[in-house]
Design a protein around this ligand. Structure first.
Ligand code: ADP
Length: 321
């Protein structure tokens, strides 16, 4: 193996740059060349590439976003689009490819692995943590900490004004960000797509307000309907006769300097993705489960569902007031 390409695709996540740095440095340490592919699959189709040396990844470990830029690329979902990508890989003489992204990126990667001889390795980078085969994805910890900072600030206002607040956090179809930021932020309630209905919630909130509670924070996962928290606040008004405020955190959760946890995870997985290619492994995502590197076939990363931790769900319920 002589030349390894790297691209970042789908939603950006804090820690992508730390991961790119680790990939490039492991590639170079093994006497190979490293090629950065710009703007995800869009740049791959267009052959938009740049050679990366040790210096080109200096001073990026602390930066959010992705120095290679990213994109959503509908053309790549078609056989014709992928044929263009395969041609570009051949022309650039790339024989190994590291993909940084989420389940969508790996869907595309699995198809590509079947359609050409380039070896492919994936690294899970998404704030949502919704990828099977790793305890945590790169960027999740930073997003939880960003949400937590907002929750802490909102608590100051909730206490001062004796108010009920609903804070909507990201997480795609899952409640990972909501559950962890809810526990860390001492949320009175947490609503996730996994837990579903809100019937018991109104009973519990009514009882706690009747017992003298004057303010509360309910963390809500956006699920597949960003902004649906306004409807939940309206339900609170109808059912509890309580005025509330809604705060949608939105894209502030995507950017920012990665936490130490995300930088270490990104560095570890980025380096492991290159080592996997050198060991002859292709078509796998590298993840970390119980502190060990594990390999999961790309098709399983979206084909199997990662569940919320039952223990954390019980803990959130136990600690809520
Ligand atoms: P993420 O990787 O963060 O989940 P997306 O779901 O937007 O982000 O996927 C990133 C890109 O991966 C898409 O823009 C598309 O180019 C490619 N992709 C997604 N799903 C598929 C699919 N089913 N087949 C081929 N390519 C796909």
């Amino acid at each position: 193996m002589k030349r390894i390409g790297i691209l970042t695709s789908g939603g950006d996540a804090p820690g992508m740059n730390a991961c790119i740095r680790a990939v490039v440095r492991n590639v170079l340490d093994n006497g190979m060349e490293s090629i950065g592919i710009k703007r995800g699959y869009t740049g791959l189709i267009e052959g938009d590439m740049v050679a990366l040396d040790r210096k080109s990844v200096a001073n990026v470990i602390h930066r959010g976003g992705t120095m290679l830029e990213t994109s959503r690329c509908p053309e790549f979902t078609t056989p014709e689009g992928r044929a263009k990508a395969i041609k570009a890989l051949k022309e650039a003489e790339i024989d190994g490819l590291v993909l940084l992204g989420g389940d969508g990126t790996f869907r595309g990667g699995a198809l590509l692995a079947n359609e050409c001889s380039v070896s492919i390795s994936g690294v899970p980078t998404t704030i949502d943590n919704d990828v099977y085969g790793t305890d945590y994805t790169v960027g999740f910890d930073t997003a939880v900490n960003t949400a937590l900072e907002a929750i802490d600030r909102i608590r100051d206002t909730a206490l001062s004004h004796e108010r009920l607040f609903f804070v909507e956090v990201m997480g795609h179809h899952t409640g990972f960000i909501a559950l962890e930021s809810g526990i860390a932020g001492g949320a009175e309630e947490t609503i996730t797509p996994e837990t579903g209905n809100t019937d018991d919630l109104w009973t519990r909130l009514r009882e706690s307000f009747e017992h003298g509670k004057k303010s509360a924070i309910v963390v809500v996962a956006e699920g597949d309907q960003p902004g649906h928290t306004f409807a939940i606040a309206q339900e609170a008004k109808d059912k509890l006769k309580i005025e509330s405020r809604v705060c949608i955190l939105g894209h502030v959760q995507r950017g920012g300097s990665p936490t130490a946890h995300d930088r270490v995870l990104a560095s570890n997985l980025g380096s492991a993705a290159v080592s996997a290619l050198l060991k002859g492994k292709s078509g796998y995502m590298v993840g970390q489960v119980k502190n060990e590197i594990v390999y999961t076939a790309l098709a399983h990363t979206w084909g199997k569902k990662k569940a919320l931790s039952t223990r954390l769900e019980e803990l959130a319920s136990l600690l809520s007031a």
